[in-house]
Design a protein around this ligand. Structure first.
Ligand code: TYD
Length: 236
């Protein structure tokens, strides 16, 4: 498939058209952003690590029956994916309290959440991704009621699969964010799953092995991503 013009550049990935309108190319850059894009730095190897990490997870989820946009790896930093209409909300599941939940509700960081908590956020950096609920999504037309049900169902299915995958590798899946889109009328998983969009802690030491290392200036960001990749068997 031929790579055509750039359609869109996000904070960490760019999207390119192809000669087939059903497919686009996701290009993972080394750019790393935090605080709604206020801080951006280049971290060497990040594009390649996240591209390969995401490919591994998307293929793993597809085998578990979860529909995704992922088609195939094209090279170190690029993947071919289905060209979806993205739904502009983020689906977050939390198994352990951390991040904005702790800031918002004053609960203890590290508290186990049973049952897990589901939250929707609007994808809007200028508004700092405010939390929204089903009513906002339906009334403002961001997604249909059916799509909302489907996003929740798939996000929890992903939780069951990935909690186990990471637990078997000695890691706690603290929380994560997913984005969905519509492809030929179906809700399917899009965007990426990488340590940029989730929290992963070592099960024994509770060491952070995700983007909080960048947010909190702990260093060793990509080394941590590579450690997670190695433990779950991502070929890097
Ligand atoms: P959350 O704790 O709400 O936000 P913050 O990272 O600002 O403390 O995030 C929950 C999880 O979802 C966390 O692993 C990061 C991820 N996430 C994103 O990757 N992007 C986003 O825009 C949001 C809202 C969350």
């Amino acid at each position: 498939m031929e790579k055509k013009q750039e359609l869109y550049a996000g904070k960490a990935k760019s999207v390119f058209a192809t000669d087939n309108e059903d497919f686009v190319i996701l290009s993972f850059r080394d750019d790393t952003s935090a605080f709604d894009g206020e801080r951006i730095e280049q971290l060497s190897r990040k594009g390649e690590v996240n591209n390969k990490f995401n490919a591994f997870i998307m293929e793993y989820l597809a085998k578990a029956g979860i529909p995704t946009h992922f088609e195939k790896l094209l090279n170190g930093t690029e993947s071919l994916v289905k060209n979806m209409n993205m739904i502009p909300v983020e689906c977050v599941v939390r198994n352990v309290a951390s991040g904005s939940l702790v800031r918002r509700l004053g609960v203890e960081d590290g508290m186990e959440l049973s049952p897990p908590i589901f939250e929707f956020f609007l994808k809007n950096d200028a508004l700092h991704d405010p939390m929204v609920n089903e009513f906002h999504i339906e009334t403002f037309g961001w997604a249909s009621a059916d799509s909302v049900i489907k996003m929740k169902e798939l996000t929890f299915k992903v939780n069951a699969e990935l909690k186990k995958l990471f637990a078997d590798a000695g890691l706690i899946l603290v929380d994560y964010k997913l984005e969905f889109g519509l492809f030929k009328g179906d809700v399917i998983l899009g965007d990426e799953f990488s340590p940029d969009g989730c929290r992963l802690w070592d099960a024994e030491t509770r060491e952070k092995l995700d983007k909080d290392r960048f947010r909190q200036g702990l260093g060793g960001v990509i080394e941590a991503y590579e450690e997670v990749a190695r433990r779950i068997g991502v070929p890097l």
